[in-house]
Write a protein of this length. Structure first.
Length: 260
């Protein structure tokens, strides 16, 4: 996760290293000044405690002020808040994070080209999975399914060979399942899609609103494509009424206009 105090990390680490060296010197050479070494060690511990506290506060603020907007389908507000907090951060890590977070926003707005362009600024290794996800979404949006599957295989390999949590692995698994299903639908294969989306909604409570909106739209779209406009309407109306300024609302409205 992004910390607005990322630029301070290197300073804290360097300072702590120097203090530890100083403590070692004091212990080795200054027999009569053991207290000095103790003070230095205490200061080092305090520095790390302060850094941890600042990062926790930054994460809480970031999640509260930024991701809540995204999760509630207020994507343009999310992008504006992201710009105000991160656009002028100069560290490589912050620039990379800003790029993947804003690319996520462009994707939710339905601007595949802008998402692709912004994703090219994702340069930090720890953000590589986010870059790959944006490439998968881009190539699916462009109906370039072979390329999308190449990136999907790369993402699977990356997650399986990285040290990460089971929760994150599950989220990636769900992401890949959804993208696989989307490609099958775009190819005209609706077999099992209704059951898949219905089960997803039932088994993954509680869901963020944007996730429920996107899945509801996908379910409504499948039902519409299968000729069941009556049942499709229920899910499409939910996506339309709750989709804020996402692409899901726009797409739901387009289908609802056809249903009449």
């Amino acid at each position: 996760m992004v910390s607005v105090y990322k630029d301070l990390v290197a300073i804290y680490i360097l300072t702590a290293a120097l203090l530890i060296v100083g403590a070692g010197v004091a212990l080795y050479y200054l027999d009569g000044y053991i207290w000095m070494a103790v003070v230095i060690i205490i200061v080092t511990i305090i520095l790390f405690a302060v850094l941890k506290t600042l990062n926790k506060k930054a994460l809480k603020r970031f999640s509260g002020e930024v991701f809540t907007l995204y999760n509630e389908c207020h994507i343009k507000q999310y992008m504006d808040k992201l710009d105000s907090l991160m656009a002028n951060k100069n560290s490589r890590a912050n620039k990379s994070a800003y790029c993947y977070l804003s690319a996520l926003g462009y994707e939710a707005l339905g601007d595949a080209d802008a998402a692709y362009e912004r994703a090219q600024g994702i340069t930090v290794r720890s953000h590589k999975s986010e870059y790959i996800k944006r490439m998968i979404d881009y190539h699916i949006n462009k109906d370039q399914f072979v390329k999308a599957r190449e990136y999907m295989a790369e993402l699977t390999k990356l997650v399986n060979t990285s040290r990460t949590t089971e929760i994150y692995k599950k989220s990636i698994e769900q992401y890949l399942q959804l993208r696989d299903r989307k490609m099958r639908i775009l190819k005209g294969d609706y077999e099992g899609a209704e059951e898949f989306f219905t089960e997803f909604l039932a088994q993954n409570e509680p869901l963020f609103l944007i996730t429920r909106v996107s899945i509801s739209f996908s379910l409504g779209e499948v039902l519409y494509l299968k000729g069941d406009s009556v049942r499709a309407r229920e899910y499409l109306v939910f996506a339309s009424e709750n989709g804020g300024d996402t692409k899901y609302k726009k797409q739901a409205d387009e289908i609802l206009a056809k249903i009449g």
